[in-house]
Design a protein around this ligand. Structure first.
Ligand code: ADP
Length: 400
């Protein structure tokens, strides 16, 4: 069975075609700058050369049309006809309270995603555009929505509510939802497989740290708390996002700096975090390098980043009254031995003990980096959200 996974941003379509027989990728690529005369198209069929070109692509429908033409191309294509695509897995950022699991897209499902647009105004509209385009191009395929928020719908009320007037929850659904759910679910499953224990017997803390970052407490396979909130701005210090701050700062800075609401939102989302503190870069590699070269501001930014991450992990040990596995994933988590080392160093009270030589090994595979004596297993687990989306879609197709 072949499954196409698509992830639509406001001006981009990321796609990957899977053969689910062996969960291999047959072709993948990206279209960027949709809506312009010079959209950038990349396409790579496995074992063939990568193609790159520019073309006028005015909307997601045209973009997807081109993706399918590339997939069926006489020379570089990998399928003979559209009918070979049994299902399309759509990444949808926000499922609100409507979805606690992935769903076959029907008119009711589309309607519910539309109702959630207010909560994710930057993400859900392009996701809906992608769904409409794919349904038009592939009318016979089964379309499945996989939500970033769904995995966290198991959070108990005391974890997801904000201590604001309750009416804001009943009236506007203001609550914590959490994100990166597809990744947290995937890596926690991989971790359980790796140590050969059932997920339902484990307390796992999953640190997904990339440009965006969140930590999740997964108690016996269930997300009971996560650091992102109603939006992906809450929680950890990130590449460009500030994470938790005193909310009273917002009106204060608006008044002092004469900012509009959208300017302060942009400041907190795009000009804060590592970028805001260093004034130089949001990229952990560059900030780490600057720190190693003696840049004091870079050192301060990384110390702040590590401190918040460590406190969050500690709070989830308290939330679950213990932890069996601490895992690191995503760009920083998978690649920065320094971040892993510094976070774990100060968690030794909990019996977390890192093996430095294992921590320094670079690998694309799931691996253990703690010592045999460590009370908590520390793992690095590469995330693979696209595969998880394909698996979710296959699961729903199999149920049809
Ligand atoms: P996104 O959230 O956009 O999916 P990624 O998961 O790709 O992001 O993570 C990107 C982050 O990972 C960047 O800050 C990048 O610097 C960081 N990163 C990648 N490789 C390394 C490395 N070797 N050392 C430290 N940070 C790294």
């Amino acid at each position: 069975m072949k499954i196409l996974v698509i992830n639509c941003g406001s001006s981009s379509i990321k796609y990957e075609l899977f053969e689910m027989e062996d969960e291999s990728v047959i072709a993948e690529g990206l279209i960027e700058k949709i809506g312009t005369e010079s959209a950038i198209i990349t396409y790579q069929a496995t074992d063939k050369e990568e193609l790159m070109k520019t073309a006028e692509i005015l909307d997601h429908r045209e973009g997807l049309n081109l993706v399918l033409r590339l997939l069926m191309d006489d020379k570089d294509g990998v399928i003979a006809s559209k009918n070979e695509v049994a299902a399309v897995g759509h990444r949808v950022v926000h499922g609100g309270e409507f979805f606690s699991e992935s769903a076959v897209i029907t008119s009711e499902v589309r309607q519910a995603i539309r109702k959630t647009v207010d909560l994710a105004p930057l993400h859900n509209p392009p996701n809906l555009l992608g769904i409409a385009a794919a349904e038009q191009q592939l009318p016979d395929a089964i379309h499945v929505a996989v939500f970033d928020t769904a995995f966290h719908q198991t959070m108990p009320k005391h974890a997801y509510l904000y201590p604001l007037p309750y009416v804001l929850y009943t009236r506007h659904k203001i609550r914590r939802y959490g994100f990166h759910g597809t990744s947290h679910k995937y890596v926690s499953e991989q971790a359980a497989l790796f140590i050969e224990k059932p997920l339902t017997e484990l307390k796992i803390i999953s640190a997904h740290i990339g440009n965006g970052a969140s930590v999740t407490a997964i108690d016996h396979g269930i997300s009971i708390d996560t650091s992102m909130g109603m939006t992906p701005l809450e929680g950890l210090m990130m590449g460009t996002r500030c994470g938790d701050i005193d909310p009273a700062i917002v009106p204060y800075v608006i008044a002092k700096e004469d900012l509009t609401l959208s300017e302060i939102q942009s400041m907190m989302n795009k000009h804060s975090g590592l970028l805001g503190v260093t004034g130089m870069s949001s990229d952990m590699r560059e900030v780490t390098q600057a720190m190693e070269e003696g840049n004091e501001q870079a050192k301060l930014a990384i110390d702040m980043y590590l401190y918040k991450l460590r406190k969050t992990i500690g709070s989830y040990i308290a939330a679950m009254n213990g932890v069996d596995i601490l895992l690191f994933t995503a760009g920083v988590g998978e690649n920065s031995s320094y971040v892993r080392q510094e976070v774990c160093k100060e968690l030794s009270f909990f019996g977390i003990e890192l093996d430095q030589s294992k921590n320094n090994i670079r690998s694309k595979k799931t691996r253990e980096i703690s010592t045999p004596n460590s009370k908590v297993k520390v793992l690095v687990v590469p995330t693979y959200e696209e595969l998880m989306i394909a698996r979710e879609a296959k699961h729903l197709v199999d149920q049809q």
